[in-house]
Design a protein around this ligand. Structure first.
Ligand code: BMA
Length: 287
């Protein structure tokens, strides 16, 4: 069994994790686990009871859930895949992590890594996503807006892969953006190709608080990369991949992440260190 790429959020006095669970015999399903301390989790006895497919997009596999709280509601943006048609971003909501209600098939075909901001921006819901429509490569992070979480538009490119960096191949939004005094902190994944396959790492950037299409600063270096055996080798080797990070009241940050598409890791850091990393430039990178 493979358990990976968790969305995670605090709900009441619990930490909730919703993750991809797959076996060799069945497609991935979403499963929840709960914890009192954010470290020791107990899985639910059965998978999440996901709402029926939208009539216009039958989904045969769902994965990579990102959970965003807005008011009392929790929105889950996830990859909604139909094997013969393609992948879209699905949107489901819940009030209690027991009953889940479909909001919309939230994107056109050929999009995933959808991440909803935790508040409206200029009166509109706002999400980062990763459309595949780019003629060069399926690679960039974009931003889109919606009045109702159904109709999305005003799409704009935010960031692209960078040459001579760890994220020179593909990038996609990871954790739900975190509001800071300097702007929206994003933790994203970036890939590079090597002779023995792709490496997934995590990096950070700061986006303008009122216009997230504007990148204020982007750290040169990755902040998390595969280095431990369980990250280097598994169902897919050399992967760290995040969907949510939790900022604690003391401004420590828990980054939950999938390791090698096989198991789940927890990396801890401080909010100030992640913010600093957005401004860190590496003298050794050729420009
Ligand atoms: C991405 C997604 C993730 C996965 C990653 C590494 O494209 O499919 O679910 O963790 O690849 O295999």
């Amino acid at each position: 069994m493979y358990v990976f790429n968790p969305g995670a959020i605090k709900y009441g006095d619990e930490y909730i994790m919703m993750m991809d669970v797959g076996t060799l015999a069945q497609p991935i399903v979403l499963w929840m686990a709960r914890s009192k301390d954010g470290v020791h989790f107990t899985p639910d006895p059965v998978p999440v009871k996901w709402p029926d497919s939208d009539p216009i997009h039958y989904e045969d596999c769902v994965y990579d859930p990102r959970i965003t709280q807005i008011g009392d509601e929790y929105y889950i943006l996830y990859a909604s895949s139909n094997a013969s048609i393609g992948v879209r971003i699905g949107i489901v909501k819940t009030l209690d992590f027991k009953i889940f209600e479909r909001v919309s098939v939230g994107s056109e075909l050929g999009n995933r890594n959808g991440v909803l901001f935790p508040e409206k921006i200029n009166g509109l819901y706002c999400r980062l996503d990763r459309p595949f429509g780019n003629p060069r490569e399926p690679s960039d992070i974009w931003v889109s807006y919606s009045p109702d979480l159904v109709y999305w538009g005003r799409s704009q490119q935010v960031m692209s892969p960078r040459t001579a960096h760890w994220d020179n191949h593909k990038i996609g939004a990871g954790a739900v953006p975190i509001r800071t005094e300097k702007g929206w902190l994003i933790i994203y994944h970036g890939t590079t190709t090597t002779g023995s396959g792709i490496i997934y790492r995590l990096g950070v950037a700061m986006l303008d608080i009122n216009d997230p299409s504007k990148v204020i600063s982007r750290g040169d270096d990755a902040v998390l990369w595969p280095e431990h055996p369980y990250e280097l080798s598994g169902r897919v080797d050399n992967v760290v991949f995040t969907c949510n990070a939790i900022v604690e009241p003391d401004e420590s940050v828990k980054i939950y992440y999938g390791a090698a598409d096989t198991c789940i890791g927890l990396a801890e850091t401080r909010l100030s260190d992640l913010v600093d990393a957005c401004y860190h430039q590496n003298a050794y990178i050729l420009r």
